[in-house]
Every structure is written in C-alpha cells, then in structure tokens.
Design a protein around this ligand. Structure first.
Ligand SMILES: [Zn+2]
Length: 54
C-alpha cells in the first residue's frame, strides 16, 4: 500500500521553492516563465531557495 511518496513530495516542493519574481509588480511566476503573467514585463528575477544540508 505504501508507495514512495517522499519522492513525489520532494518534486512538489522543488516546484514550490523555485519561481520567478516580477521586479515590476512583484507577482510570482513559474520558473520557466519568460515574462510576467500579470503585467507582461520581462523583468523577472529568479527566486531560489536551497534546502539546508546539515
Ligand atoms: Zn509583473
């Protein structure tokens, strides 16, 4: 009954932790986005969080 759910979780978290922030309006965009979905600005910066390893 127990599948490897931890792996699925890590994938889900990586999606949650990696995204782009629009410098113009500050909205969150998917990592692959080339322009803001809200204001169409291309001024995006990558927001990346790393999981601390001990
Ligand atoms: Zn924007």
């Amino acid at each position: 009954m127990s599948r490897v759910e931890s792996e699925d979780l890590s994938v889900a978290y990586s999606h949650l932790l990696n995204y782009k922030i629009c410098r113009k309006c500050g909205s969150r965009n998917p990592p692959r986005a080339t322009k803001c979905r809200r204001c169409k600005s291309k001024n995006l910066r990558m927001k990346k969080r790393y999981v601390k390893k001990k």
